[in-house]
Design a protein around this ligand. Structure first.
Ligand SMILES: NC(=O)c1ccc[n+]([C@@H]2O[C@H](COP(=O)([O-])OP(=O)(O)OC[C@H]3O[C@@H](n4cnc5c(N)ncnc54)[C@H](OP(=O)(O)O)[C@@H]3O)[C@@H](O)[C@H]2O)c1
Length: 319
């Protein structure tokens, strides 16, 4: 009898706690309501065929820009572009192939005299680790990190033609649990069973936060501002790509407490267009405000080495 009463209290306690937590999370979410216009500006976004990216794209189109959507599935891209309307163009690009990224960058450079905003939003949590790309890199590292750096550096020449360009690297709070040894080894070696897909994802986002600060330094003289943003735990399909137990856990928690893609998109649009952030570079944003990078990101020597090793891996001249 006593056991049943305790169970009853625990059950109701958890339900009440869950409801209070949900209300608190919903009330405390950052919102971006700025009316900044982007008429005449050119924007490129990756990963806008589903999830948060589509909602960012929708907001950008409403603000009047010419929007290029980089996607690996052109059919899906066409459906999204049709749904969005406005001045929306497609660029075929698979982040798992450096050749594809290079071709896409060349095409954009031929078509556009300048690029005002680049949003590196696409990412994966893979079903398993040790999937290697045609370039010989572990797919998570290549999609979420190496190709992001590659694309950004290849587009430098049209970013610098904008009077004030912005690069937004979409990261995650999971970068706090990311680890990196030497990128040339981490991105190319076989990973053991305890290095889960989620760990690979966290590592790639950790690398992204580190390199963003180096890119910010490099690009500052050209008035190109580079920042990272965590959009918040969000109900999208990214959580369904991981291994089954992890996917179920995140899917359940994010669907109970997570943001909608529309809410999460505001955090990214804020960093991409807000007037308040003019001239701001090398920062990490969370929920429409400045967040805290992991303390390990603030080691300039490690960051510099990561950037140099990354350029070597990508066969690019040392920065
Ligand atoms: N959802 C969250 O809770 C959460 C939390 C923190 C950070 N984030 C970050 O927010 C961003 C968007 O995530 P999301 O939740 O919207 O994910 P999502 O719904 O899974 O969308 C991911 C997008 O990336 C694209 N993509 C994946 N691999 C690609 C490749 N090899 N080449 C080109 N495009 C590729 C996908 O294209 P296809 O349609 O072709 O697959 C899709 O458009 C990511 O950077 C993610 O790390 C999300």
């Amino acid at each position: 009898m006593l056991g049943l009463s305790i169970l009853y209290v625990l059950l109701w306690g958890s339900v009440v706690y869950g409801i209070v937590l949900k209300i608190y999370l919903e009330k405390s979410r950052g919102k971006f309501t700025g009316k900044e216009r982007l008429d005449g500006k050119v924007v490129l976004i990756t990963g806008a065929t589903q999830g948060i990216g589509v909602e960012v794209a929708r907001d950008l189109i409403r603000r009047g820009c010419r929007l290029w959507i980089a996607c690996r599935d052109l059919k899906r891209g066409q459906e999204v572009a049709q749904d969005l309307g406005g001045d929306c163009k497609l660029l075929r690009m698979d982040l798992c192939s450096l050749t594809s990224v290079r071709r896409a960058a060349r095409h954009l450079i031929e078509k556009e005299p300048r690029l005002d905003i680049l949003i590196n939003n696409a990412a994966v949590i893979p079903a398993r680790t040790n999937i290697f790309t045609e370039d010989g890199f572990e797919a998570t590292y290549q999609t979420n990190y190496l190709s992001v750096v590659y694309l950004t550096l290849l587009l430098f020449e049209i970013l610098r033609k904008s009077p004030s360009a912005r690069v937004v690297n979409v990261s995650s709070n999971l970068h706090h649990v990311g680890f990196l040894g030497c990128i040339s080894e981490d991105a190319t070696r076989e990973h053991s069973w305890f290095e889960s897909p989620l760990q690979m994802y966290s590592n790639s986002k950790f690398a992204l936060n580190m390199v963003t600060k180096e890119l910010a330094k490099l690009f500052q003289p050209e008035n190109i501002h580079v920042n990272t943003v965590h959009p918040g735990a969000t109900k999208t399909k990214i959580t369904l790509q991981g291994t089954t137990s992890m996917a179920l856990f995140f899917h359940f928690v994010y669907h109970l407490f997570g943001k909608s893609p529309e809410e999460a998109a505001q955090a990214i649009t804020y960093v991409a267009v807000s007037k308040d952030l003019e001239g701001v570079t090398g920062k990490y944003f969370v929920d429409c405000g400045v967040g805290w990078d992991n303390w390990r990101v603030n080691d300039p020597d490690r960051r510099r080495k990561l950037f140099e090793d990354t350029c070597r891996l990508l066969d690019l001249p040392s920065p």
